[in-house]
Write a protein that binds this ligand. Sequence first.
Ligand code: SAM
Length: 267
Amino acid sequence: MKAPRDQHFLIDRKAIEKIAGMVDVAGKRVLEIGPGEGPLTKALLNRGATVIAIELDSGLVEDLKIRFAREIKNGTLILIHGDAVRCEIPPFEKVVANLPYSASSRITFRLLDIGFGEAVLMYQKEFGQRMIAPPGTPGVGRLSIMVQTYAKVKPMMQLSPKAFSPPPEVHSWVMKITPRSPPHPIADTDLYALIVRELFSHRRKTVRKGLKTSRSLLGTETVDRIIGTLPDELLARRPEELSLKEFADIANAGAAQPEKAHRSAKQ
Ligand code: SAM
């Protein structure tokens, strides 16, 4: 039977300790999304972190309140009953979490938007593979480009379904994410996000055709400026064939003059 709301709890004690030790959390404010029954929360608290834990399930929140009554009272655990995709999140420095897989994408984009020092996050293996797919290869997508533009991503550990109860149908990857400045300057980050999203939503089309199809979202002037500025050779390629620099070149060609026609595509 399928577990409700991504509730596959990590029961491999060695894995829990290894994940909690992948970044230095002592004395740091660490965000944990989806603490579940709290095994990772406990490991982080034991290492001297102040944990901000956001859990959606009200039954689990009630159990966590009992299990961690002392830590909640002394302020080392801030327990929030909410949806990590949209709830208000107090300031934090690092993130360590076994994420709910159905919300991986929305949570990852949200975290990148908020900003953080370092993150250790568990994902479904295929999601992790997409995050690290190199630009210019067939497995690349919007997620790969956006994550690699703003962060260094490194797979740290693989986990089989046996590490969880109940076991999921998928394998898992633990990834370390370290934000950094984009390797190629981006004049307008909202336009960059929008262009990456639009090009991959027509991934079989060439850059030229993809841009023209998204004219209403990007703005006619922006699209004309890009097509008028960039070489035919680049415009004739598909998004999966482009490097990070070429995505930046496309967005920068569109941002040559300020234009307000586009809206944010970061979320
Ligand atoms: N961290 C625990 C562990 O490793 O055993 C539980 C991980 S379980 C894969 C994901 C947890 O996220 C569940 O406790 C689930 O209730 C919670 N969850 C699901 N969607 C959520 C959301 N949108 N915001 C916050 N928590 C969520």
